[in-house]
Write a protein that binds this ligand. Structure first.
Ligand code: ACO
Ligand code: OAA
Length: 379
């Protein structure tokens, strides 16, 4: 094969493979999952329906959805050894590291014979989707010195997460705002964490290794970690009247403004209007006018100074804060949703695999002889 000697730093603009899972179109500023606009899915579907769609290519019938939800509900409970593991992880550990460890352990603890088949990996993906919220909620409660709450099989995926975190399910509008965020976070083509999962899969490694690596990639603040960083930033700024001055200083210090900019969307993130509307609903419910003024002031100042628009993490961070989650839970919630996209891509990569191994252009020293030992030791 002929080598392409051009350097594509960060693989920007490089098309590395095909996918039939989602389409991110920067020209029309749109995002579709299996051909459906994400805004329409967010308006009328449950997260469980969207998960099924991402995995199977079509929305489920009532019968398919019933069977899928029954499996999800049955898979939620953590076994004793996983609970023991969670108790032994230091309390100072970031929840993303807790999740990375938990998924890695789930793989080690999986009694299934790993034949790597589509059916086996689909079943493992379902188990991860069902168990991740239980791990995240147990860890959320541990930070407050509270015992875990068992999942409630009578509740839907989103409702059950609130139940396991807080021991209560809030009003339906809050649950719906949360569910909308999960739908928007579920899938986004070849983003850094999904690509990481595909790289690991391309070596014919196993699904748990691919998801563990993807969690590590998502944690960084240039990717999923930005939803936590947004909340820290808003807290640091404090109030709307300080936003412009704070931004000028941050830009002068060459800081990256969290929740703004995107590798693909240069005219605004397709998911932001839907998540912004959910955030506004949350702000009305929680009477959070001051936070919304600060949010708008920073957005306006960033547009005026740099012409850079918010990405999904900008409205998602404050929305999760208003829902009552502590900041370290924000990126794990992203994982709860993106597990669907990651595992769909792992299955797609397996179905038409080619080892992912790009080239690099060497800039180090020219070849030179290894000095004899006496010369080496003399320095
Ligand atoms: C769900 C998600 O993962 S969405 C992304 C979440 N991440 C963030 O919100 C972190 C903040 N954003 C960023 O760091 C970037 O916008 C990224 C990493 C998301 C995208 O980066 P890239 O595609 O590499 O854009 P790039 O860094 O080339 O930006 C182009 C220019 O805009 C500037 N820019 C882009 N985003 C930002 C930002 N958030 N704050 C300040 N300047 C920015 C860059 O400094 C660069 O300026 P320059 O040409 O003067 O050097
Ligand atoms: O696509 C990206 O590069 C990042 C992103 O928005 C996502 O993963 O949801």
């Amino acid at each position: 094969m002929m080598a392409d000697s051009a350097i594509h730093k960060g693989l920007a603009g490089v098309v590395v493979d095909t996918t039939a899972i989602s389409m991110v179109d920067q020209d029309t500023n749109s995002l579709t999952y299996r051909g459906y606009a994400v805004q329409e899915l967010a308006a009328s579907c449950t997260f469980e329906e969207v998960a099924y769609l991402i995995w199977h290519g079509d929305l489920p019938t009532a019968e398919q959805l019933g069977a899928f939800c029954a499996r999800e509900q049955a898979n939620r409970v953590l076994n004793r050894s996983t609970l023991e593991l969670l108790r032994r992880i230091p309390e100072t550990t970031h929840p993303m590291d807790v999740l990375r460890t938990a998924i890695s352990y789930l793989g080690a603890d999986d009694p299934a014979e790993d034949d790597g088949s589509v059916a086996a990996n689909q079943a493992k993906a379902e188990v991860m989707m069902a168990r991740l919220p239980t791990v995240i909620a147990a860890d959320h409660r541990r930070r407050q010195g509270l015992d875990p709450i068992r999942p409630d099989p009578e509740l839907g995926f989103a409702e059950n997460f609130f139940h396991m975190c807080f021991g209560a399910v809030p009003e339906p509008e809050v649950v719906r705002c949360f569910e909308v965020s999960l739908i928007l976070y579920a899938e986004h083509s070849f983003n850094a964490s999904t690509f990481t999962a595909r790289v690991v899969t391309s070596t014919m490694s196993d699904i748990y290794s691919a998801v563990t690596a993807a969690i590590g990639a998502l944690k960084g603040p240039l990717h999923g970690g930005a939803n936590e960083a947004v909340m820290h930033m808003l807290t640091e700024i404090g109030s709307a009247d300080r936003a412009a001055e704070w931004l000028d200083r941050a830009l002068a210090e060459k800081r990256k403004i969290m929740g703004f900019g995107h590798r693909v969307y240069k005219h605004g993130d397709s998911r932001v209007p839907t998540m912004h509307a959910a955030l506004e609903r949350m702000a009305r419910i929680k009477d959070a006018g001051a936070l919304m003024e600060l949010y708008a002031a920073l957005e306006t100042a960033m547009d005026e100074r740099k012409g850079i628009h918010p990405n999904l993490d900008y409205p998602a961070g404050p929305a999760y804060h208003l829902m009552g989650f502590d900041v370290p839970t924000f990126t794990p919630i992203f994982v709860m949703a993106r597990i669907t996209g990651w595992t769909a891509h792992i299955l797609e990569q397996q179905a038409a695999n080619s080892l992912i191994r790009p080239l690099s252009s060497y800039t180090g020293l020219a070849q030179r002889p290894v000095p004899v030992q006496a010369q080496r030791r003399a320095g």
